[in-house]
Write a protein that binds this ligand. Structure first.
Ligand SMILES: O=C(O)CCC(=O)C(=O)O
Ligand SMILES: [Fe+2]
Length: 299
């Protein structure tokens, strides 16, 4: 939807952003979707997060946060995050929601344009809890590691679960996320395959540019373990070859960053290709200067 065209007609905003959630709320009310685990709908840090993770985030220093992380390739962080019981409860909650949708013969809103299976968690009552999840437990980390893409000013999210396996999605194509920072946590269950492959961070102008060898990295999901990366870090998921894999995704966004980006041209603080071009320009500049000095000396 072109917002400039829609700007004369506020109903467009309503339809685009709120229509589906509002429908679900109304349906909720009349058709009585019963939550299975009520405790998921408000934040209980010690029941949701592992003690190591909680301690690091609560201490909230660069050192404490870095101490629980591995950074296998620049910009991709991995850490043990969720309690096994929380993962199980969330999986059961999604299954409960899907059963209800099926029984009511409703059509479920799919997580994004790429995944056919899974559910948008914000649409069945988890939005407030997940907002707190982002503000209190992801923002402190992204503020440290991704300040140049709005990591310090995250203010909205899109949260969903994806499902891969037999009768589900098999793999996920190469893409970038509609987020500044993405949290991807494996919830289970048992599976093989499904590795995430990363191929370098790119701005919009360079999204299709070549991958450098040192930008290639494959990550194997482990239940309870999170991967954090910039939304513009190109990636995809390999086929889940057996079993069932379900992951929680939080696409975290910063409206401040999105506004500022409109007035910028050079993204060399994070785009791998902008950086490469900048280095190339510097090399050419040094060469030209040397050549010029050589000519002067020869005179
Ligand atoms: O399947 C995965 O782990 C990746 C999912 C993903 O990249 C996405 O939904 O944006
Ligand atoms: Fe993604």
């Amino acid at each position: 939807l072109d917002r400039s065209v829609a700007s004369n007609w506020p109903w467009f905003y309503f339809l685009e952003d709120y229509f589906f959630p509002v429908c679900l709320l109304v349906i909720h009310f009349f058709a009585n979707l019963q939550p299975l685990h009520q405790e998921l709908y408000s934040m209980h840090p010690s029941a949701f997060f592992l003690p190591t993770f909680l301690e690091a985030v609560r201490t909230n220093t660069e050192e404490s946060i870095a101490s629980i992380m591995t950074e296998p390739i620049p910009g991709v962080f991995s850490f043990a995050m969720l309690q096994p019981n929380f993962c199980d409860m969330l999986l059961e909650e999604v299954e409960n929601f899907e059963k209800w949708v099926h029984a009511m013969k409703f059509k479920i809103m799919r997580p994004n344009t790429m995944n056919k299976y899974g559910a948008v968690l914000d649409d069945f009552g988890l939005e407030a809890m997940l907002n707190q999840f982002m503000e209190e437990f992801i923002a402190p980390i992204s503020k440290v590691f991704y300040p140049e893409v709005g990591g310090g000013t995250l203010d909205s999210h899109h949260a969903f679960v994806v499902e891969y396996g037999k009768d589900r999605d098999v793999e996920l194509g190469f893409h970038v996320d509609d987020s500044e920072v993405t949290l991807n946590v494996c919830l289970g269950k048992q599976f093989s395959g499904g590795e995430l492959y990363f191929r370098g961070i790119r701005c919009e102008n360079h999204v299709n540019s070549e991958t450098q060898h040192e930008e290639m990295y494959d990550y194997s999901h482990v239940p309870g373990r999170a991967v954090l990366h910039r939304g513009r870090h190109r990636h995809g998921a390999r086929p889940t070859s057996s079993g069932l894999r379900m992951n929680l995704l939080l696409w975290c966004r910063s409206s401040v960053f999105r506004e500022m980006k409109k007035y910028q041209m050079d993204f060399s603080s994070w785009c791998g290709e902008c950086q490469r071009e900048k280095r190339e320009r510097q090399i050419q500049c040094v060469k030209a200067t040397k050549h010029f000095l050589g000519v002067l000396e020869g005179q």
